[in-house]
Write a protein that binds this ligand. Structure first.
Ligand code: SF4
Length: 70
């Protein structure tokens, strides 16, 4: 699963990394500067929790990535 963080929206609340430390990293200022990233295999649920917790809706996850077209 891929995701991306809009650094222009991120206000440094740090909720993403608090809820999903294996997925999200924040800087010393508390801002998430990951940009486009790959969710580690098996961490999809944690990634969703972290994204939902973001008050700025700065994290977008690609839920359709593994859907194959017949
Ligand atoms: S929860 Fe959202 S606003 Fe807070 S650090 Fe993470 S991406 Fe940024």
């Amino acid at each position: 699963m891929k995701g991306s963080v809009d650094e222009g929206l991120c206000m440094g609340h740090g909720m993403c990394a608090a809820l999903a430390p294996g997925v999200y990293e924040v800087s010393e200022l508390g801002t998430n500067e990951m940009g486009d990233f790959e969710v580690p295999p098996g961490a999809e649920a944690a990634a969703r929790r972290g994204a939902r917790a973001c008050p700025e809706r700065a994290i977008v996850l690609d839920e359709n990535e593994n859907v194959s077209v017949a």
